[in-house]
Design a protein around this ligand. Structure first.
Ligand code: A3P
Length: 357
């Protein structure tokens, strides 16, 4: 890829550079004020991937073209970028941390928690001008799939290490050196009860222009394995196995566990990325400050999360990323029989893995 831009802080401060000194993660939108609009940076051409994308199985779901890339369903609009990212477009570095998830699994929360934890020295969580008090978490942590889909993945090359980035991609769709671990890139995966995930997805899409969408349609796509990034069981299993093989490289979290013990999760995140809390930080209440900064109430109340939107192919309002934030909401929308059927499918698919959802 060409045209890697100079990093310019929106605030006008000193530009962070990848010069070997640990300085990251920086809030992505501060580093790249243009974010996804990116009108001032030429997009890398993606036409070279047209042939490989046209050879992928395709189907149209509610007017949206989907492609099956190595077994996983993605939006056609994302497919060329996914191939570009996998085949050398994304250059992982030692010290990188990737937040991976299926959509609606608690991605926004985890991105906020990990960002606040990793950036805590430069941006103390209690400070009134913390990036998470003025930016949506997705504007702090770059979403690789989207950047590559619009040919602008090269912008992350200019970010200082350690970088914190996000993806919804399945593990096997990431660059080979991320899959086999030789790049030194770490992964934090978050998984959630799929019944709650699909109910959350239904609400999210309805709040973003798909008022006609029935819960049954979303439910069927989960059971059939044709939902965005599905089949969900394969997506989850790949990360689960990688985490079992090398827990120091892949941290496997559950949304429900984070709900139960957010402070314990923050400590675990800090240890995992090699920045455990010092006694002094513990005494000063740094963990509690991060939990508070990233709580649903706190994030929801920020102006940046009450207005604005994310996305290029479709716009998703910032406020729609924050809803109930509980475990078990599926029971308000689905019958016990529907729940049992999906649980049964997952039990069968995860059989022998040691993972119970
Ligand atoms: P619900 O729709 O069940 O409320 P994602 O970030 O992967 O898109 O997931 C969105 C889900 O995470 C939504 O679930 C949302 O309410 C919940 N969520 C967002 N921020 C949260 C936070 N700070 N704490 C707990 N849950 C949060």
């Amino acid at each position: 890829m060409t045209n890697t831009p100079e990093v310019v802080l929106a605030s006008g401060g000193a530009p962070p550079r990848h010069d070997g000194r640990a300085a990251g993660p920086v809030a992505f939108k501060d580093a790249f004020a243009f974010a996804f609009a990116a009108g001032d940076v030429d997009a890398a051409p993606l036409e070279q991937y047209d042939a490989v994308v046209s050879a992928m199985p395709a189907r149209v779901s509610h007017g949206t073209k989907m492609r099956q890339n190595q077994g996983y369903w993605v939006l056609d609009a994302f497919a060329r970028g996914a191939v570009a990212m996998q085949r050398g477009g994304f250059a992982p570095r030692a010290g990188d941390v990737l937040i991976a998830s299926l959509p609606k699994s608690g991605t926004t929360w985890l991105r906020a928690l990990a960002f606040a934890t990793m950036a805590r020295r430069a941006s103390p969580p209690a400070s009134p001008d913390h990036p998470l008090r003025r930016l949506n978490p997705h504007d702090c942590v770059p979403y690789l799939d989207m950047l590559f889909a619009v040919g602008r993945g090269a912008v992350v090359d200019a970010l200082p290490s350690p970088r914190l980035m996000g993806t919804h991609m399945a593990l096997s769709l990431l660059p080979p050196t991320v899959v086999d671990g030789t790049s030194g890139c770490k992964i934090i995966y978050i998984c959630r009860d799929q019944k709650d995930v699909l109910v959350s997805m239904w609400h999210f899409l309805k709040r973003n222009g798909r008022q006609d969408l029935s819960l049954q349609e979303v439910y069927d796509s989960f059971c059939e394995g044709t939902c965005f990034q599905g089949p969900v069981w394969d997506h989850i299993l790949e990360y689960w196995k990688a985490s079992n093989e090398d827990p120091a490289r892949v941290l496997f979290l559950r949304y429900e566990q984070v709900l139960q013990d957010p402070a314990g999760t923050v400590r675990e995140l800090a240890r995992f990325v090699g920045q455990p809390f010092t006694g002094a930080e513990e005494d000063a209440g740094a963990v509690a400050d991060i939990v508070e900064l990233c709580s649903l109430e706190s994030l929801r109340s920020q102006r940046a999360n009450r207005e604005g939107a994310q996305g290029v192919f479709a716009k998703f309002s910032h406020e729609s990323y924050f809803r109930k934030g509980v475990a078990g909401d599926w029971m308000s929308h689905m019958s016990p029989e529907m729940g049992e059927r999906l649980d049964g499918i997952l039990r069968e698919r995860l059989d022998g893995s040691g993972l119970v959802l």
